[in-house]
Ligand binder design. Structure first.
Ligand SMILES: *Cc1c(COP(=O)(O)O)cnc(C)c1O
Length: 833
């Protein structure tokens, strides 16, 4: 019997028939082997965690064979490698992801079932690898998967933080941060590489001596060194054809124990160096869209940039013997400015270590690097004080000065050059204390600079890099973000994936544009019925989770209206809460009208130091408490705030969402990727014309998305001409006035009536994020959502058309564009050979 013919949709080939039985039996034997000899347990005593480790090690073995073969093949063919440098990788769990990509889910499920173990139970014991804050880190994780899927020889480089993003708990409605401990039970996915480590210097002084040819040779004598130790995690692409490496650096002291001190009785002092060195990779900075600004952060940046550069230069030299060919064999992508110091590190290696001339080194550097910008928020653009740089990285500061001097000299000779323009393009920001502009450094040191959505790239040219783009034109390009459909469709929503494969064929994940076939059946009653039934199952599962976590009952039949993302003023969770309160007021005024039952679902973390964001979380929880306990409201409105938003929680919420809230102030969200996950899974979007929402509208059709509010141009014009006072907008909207009055007077905080007075005052007088200006438009658009919801065939048609038209937002498409336009490396589409 041919095991491949009868495979049902959504279930990989090989999962039925005799071949599949053999496969399951083989996996079962290997899992038992791992449990016994690697975990050291017998099946009767094994916990879910033990089974998880045994299963993870089994699939890891499977990956290792192809991983090594791939590394050898890249060496043999000498093909170009891509290095993705990112201070964040928001990976989430890997068990189902690795099994999916290795096409082992069903035989492994069967193997475990034979051992009396449920694969679904094992999934939940794996801790999330939360080495990132939000969208930027998640993008890096999606890109790693897509680079492997497209058979690009890629390495991810980052930091192996002992503690990832903090664990959030809500106590009395307020966020509390607890340390996250993903490594406490070991990490079965990684390989420590004790033989791969590099010395990273800090501080000290520069020695200069004349070379034979009269030029100066600089030697940096650091005052302090730390070692960067490599840990490798294999990252499989779709169908396991290529396995790439995520190499994360851990910091350690070169001499962990000062025995002289220990022996003299100073036990604490003996360990000081170690503590100081290891603090570098101790914890992820929990800031998002705001700079960390501390010395330790700069140490983290240089630590991982230097280790990564030394590593890739070594690899290149071993194979090619010479660094002139670096741009032909290596592309380095900087994920935001966090690794931008790598540009000066490469210059130091080329000039100080390898004795190349400056101009030659600069050409090599620029041809090798490219940079992705992720934000236009002025407060989030990274700058470092010159005195700090001079103290911590004295040689790099010299290099920055020299790059800048040449850059300013060349620019001053261009027609139309003015002192003002030179000040704008300088690497050094003068003013209140001189600072190094890392975005400018990344721009100068790269051959391509990309934004992450069309609108964001256009705005980049008009704002942060306006003058640099005039002086060095043609470098800016757009690469609209994407998401991996393996995780965000197949793994998160297997029910929907099976249905879609029936329509679009089982090559759907090889070619996501096949989703367009779904458009042909979007209006079919029978298709809609199945589509809606899958959603209902997902909503019932989420309702169960809400009940278990919060003790709140929500009705799976209600409209699930979801906003999950980092809490930030520009993302405007407040706008959503104000509409919630307005509807609450309306229900209380007319309890017997035919309201549409709706559940408002929120989740997200606030940076611990971001007061307004933390107050927003408290308001959401206070509103939830008052609304959910009001008997007149009954089941017409529920508000829930699910704690500890992370990748795994997103995977559970998104397939259950009916409405996706993407309501940032236009011009402020660079792209968003949450918006893509929702639309792919068939939630309708209510959103502003911001980031990738614009391109989502272009693809799903304006009639299948709910757009409201000011455009980016209008926001800019309004701030300029009318300012940011909200009083006029409030005066025009009695509803809004009533809502703000309720918030200000303590209706939602009776135990502390003034809790939100400051927040309401700020919206009234300093509404930089245009909440009041957009309120009426948002409120009315929510009513249009209600009208569509009442018309079920229209709703489900729109939902199916969202899914059908989201194929373009696969990160495989994004990565193919980077490969072609920026990295100059070939790609191999999955499913082709
Ligand atoms: C996708 C994702 C994000 C990014 O969401 P946005 O809505 O684009 O800000 C942040 N955190 C997690 C856990 C995600 O999965």
């Amino acid at each position: 019997m041919d095991a491949r013919i009868e495979a049902s949709p959504g279930v990989e080939a090989g999962s039925s028939g005799a071949g599949a039985l053999d496969e399951a039996a083989g996996i079962r034997a290997r899992i038992l082997d791992k449990l016994t000899y690697s975990v050291g347990k017998d099946p009767l005593a094994a916990s879910a965690r033990d089974w998880f480790v045994a299963t993870a090690l089994t699939v890891r073995d499977k990956m290792v064979e192809r991983w090594i073969a791939g590394v050898n093949e890249t060496k043999r063919t000498g093909r170009k490698r891509v290095y993705y440098l990112s201070l964040e990788f928001l990976i989430g769990r890997l068990l189902l992801d690795a099994l999916t990509n290795m096409e082992m889910v069903e035989p492994t499920r069967a193997a475990l079932a034979g051992l009396g173990v449920d694969l679904e139970d094992l999934r939940d014991v794996e801790p999330d690898a939360a080495l990132g804050n939000g969208g930027l880190g998640r993008l890096a994780a999606c890109f790693m998967e897509s680079m492997a899927t497209l058979s690009i020889a890629a390495y991810g480089y980052g930091i192996r933080y002992d503690h990832g993003l903090f664990r959030q708990r809500i106590k009395n409605g307020r966020q509390q941060e607890y340390p996250e401990d993903w490594l406490s039970f070991g990490n079965p996915w990684e390989f420590q590489r004790p033989e791969i480590y590099y010395e990273i210097g800090f501080g000290g002084r520069i020695e200069a001596e004349h070379r034979q040819d009269g030029t100066l040779k600089h030697t940096w004598r650091p005052a302090e060194t730390v070692e960067a130790l490599a840990y490798d995690t294999p990252i499989p692409g779709w169908r396991g054809r290529q396995i790439n490496t995520l190499r994360l650096w851990s910091a350690r002291s070169p001499d962990p124990l000062r025995l002289d001190k220990f022996n003299s009785g100073d036990h604490f002092g003996a360990l000081m160096d170690q503590v100081r060195a290891e603090s570098i990779s101790k914890v992820l900075y929990p800031s998002d869209s705001t700079p960390a600004g501390e010395e330790l952060r700069l140490r983290q940046e240089y630590f991982f940039a230097s280790a990564s550069l030394q590593d890739l230069v070594n690899r290149h030299l071993r194979q090619n013997g010479d660094l002139h060919s670096l741009p032909d064999k290596v592309a380095i992508q900087l994920n935001d400015t966090h690794p931008a110091i790598a540009i000066t590190e490469l210059m130091r290696i080329l000039v100080d270590w390898r004795n190349l001339g400056w101009a030659e080194a600069w050409n090599i550097t620029r041809a090798t690097f490219s940079y992705t910008n992720h934000t236009l928020l002025p407060e989030a653009l990274e700058t470092w004080p010159v005195p700090l740089m001079e103290r911590l990285l004295p040689r790099h500061m010299q290099i920055i000065y020299l790059i800048n001097a040449i850059h300013l000299d060349q620019s001053s000779k261009l027609p139309g050059s003015t002192g003002e323009r030179l000040a704008a393009i300088s690497l050094i920001e003068e003013g209140h204390g001189r600072r190094v502009r890392m975005g400018h450094l990344a721009f100068l040191g790269s051959h391509k600079i990309n934004g992450v959505s069309k609108l964001h790239t256009d705005l980049m040219k008009e704002t942060v890099f306006r003058e640099l783009d005039l002086v060095l034109p043609g470098k800016i390009t757009n690469k609209t973000n994407g998401i991996t459909f393996r995780r965000w469709l197949k793994e998160a929503n297997p029910g929907l994936t099976a249905l879609l494969m029936e329509v679009a064929g089982d090559r759907l994940l090889d070619d996501p544009m096949l989703l367009e076939k779904v458009a042909h059946v979007a209006g079919d009653a029978s298709f809609q019925e199945r589509y809606a039934a899958i959603r209902l199952v997902n909503k019932a599962a989420l309702a169960k989770l809400v009940r278990r976590q919060l003790g709140i009952d929500i009705d799976p039949g209600a409209l699930f209206d979801v906003q999950i993302k980092r809490i930030h003023e520009y993302k405007r969770q407040i706008l959503n809460l104000l509409e919630t309160i307005a509807v609450y007021d309306a229900i209380r005024a007319e309890p017997m009208r035919d309201w549409i039952p709706r559940v408002k679902i929120f989740a997200g973390k606030a940076a611990a130091s971001y007061t307004t964001a933390k107050l927003t979380i408290q308001l959401a929880n206070d509103v939830a408490r008052i609304v959910n306990s009001d008997p007149t409201v009954r089941d017409l409105l529920k508000v829930v705030f699910l704690p500890n938003y992370n990748v795994s929680l997103a995977e559970k919420i998104i397939p259950a969402a009916d409405l996706s809230e993407q309501i940032s102030t236009a011009g402020m969200e660079a792209s968003g990727t949450g918006n893509m996950k929702f639309a792919l899974n068939g939630a309708l979007t209510i959103g502003t014309l911001d980031g990738a929402n614009v391109e989502i509208r272009d693809r799903v059709g304006a009639e299948n998305i709910f757009i409201f509010g000011l455009t980016a141009d209008e926001v800019e014009a309004r701030r300029r001409h009318q300012g940011i006072d909200g009083r006029e907008a409030i005066a025009r909207s009695p509803k809004l006035a009533e809502v703000l009055e309720a918030v200000a007077s303590g209706v939602f905080s009776p135990e502390e009536p003034d809790r939100y007075r400051g927040l309401a005052d700020a919206l009234t007088h300093h509404d930089y994020f245009m909440v009041t200006a957009d309120f009426e438009s948002y409120f009315e658009t929510q009513r249009a959502v209600f009208r569509r919801w009442r018309d079920k065939p229209a709703w489900w048609r729109s939902a199916a058309l969202n899914t059908a038209n989201m194929g373009w937002f696969s990160s495989d498409r994004t990565i193919a564009e980077y490969a072609q336009d920026i990295w100059n490396v070939p790609v191999r589409q999955p499913g082709n050979g």
